[in-house]
Design a binder for this molecule. Structure first.
Ligand code: HEC
Length: 189
């Protein structure tokens, strides 16, 4: 029963902040998100170009995604952090919390109903704001997140060795892969 109430409250908060979306917070969040998203994407693209099987990139991702995330986060002002998460995640460290799950489900429903505008969702929590942007599965992502039967066997092997509990395969082009989130502490303001 408690769970039902908190979900209802959260939905109300999300609905509300989507209406009077704090444009300044959204803008600030997107700026930080782009710093992490851009760095990760550039690294993956560079390695895919050198080795189109994706093995180099898969290797990079498993060894460096967490450290790249940490390095980029170190450049942000105090009280700011950016992370990636998903319902079906590969790394346990990227596991979503209750707020993440609510937002991802909402986005997923919107995308499925084709009622979707790529704009940030701002969630107003007690002492932080969170700014969410969806990560849509592109063709490039399928090398490592697509149908396992169609994945390069070496890539598959590298992934299953590094992530024995991987949940992040079976995605289709155009579907929601996950989200990238900027969390901004309020008392930093
Ligand atoms: C070369 C392989 C590879 C490609 C291509 C790739 N990923 Fe990943 N992805 C990974 C690995 C490995 C992880 C786990 C990283 C970690 O340890 O944090 C991951 C993690 C993620 C996560 C964090 C949540 C989780 O599952 O742990 C998201 C979100 C994500 N990928 C989205 C994408 C999107 C969107 C694309 C295409 C634009 C993409 N990935 C392309 C290998 C890949």
């Amino acid at each position: 029963m408690k769970r039902v109430i908190s979900v209802a409250l959260l939905s109300a908060t999300i609905g509300l902040s989507a209406q009077n979306s704090n444009a300044d917070i959204a803008k600030e969040g997107v700026k930080y998100i782009k710093m992490l998203g851009g760095t990760l994407k550039a690294e993956v693209k560079k390695r895919m170009k050198d080795d189109p099987t994706g093995l180099q990139a898969a290797y990079l991702c498993s060894k460096s995604a967490q450290s790249i995330t940490k390095d980029v986060n170190a450049k942000f002002p105090k009280g700011v952090r950016v992370y990636r998460t998903a319902l079906k995640y590969r790394n346990e460290k990227n596991k979503p919390d209750a707020t993440d799950i609510e937002v991802i489900k909402k986005l997923d429903a919107q995308i499925k109903m084709k009622d979707f505008k790529k704009k940030p969702i701002v969630v107003n929590l007690d002492d932080t704001y969170r700014v969410y942007l969806p990560l849509i599965t592109q063709k490039l992502c399928l090398k490592c997140h697509g149908n396992p039967e169609k994945m390069d066997s070496k890539v598959k092997e590298t992934i299953s060795k590094n992530y024995p509990n991987d949940k992040a395969t079976g995605f289709k082009e155009g579907s929601l892969r996950g989200v990238i989130v900027a969390e901004i502490k309020k008392d930093k303001k």
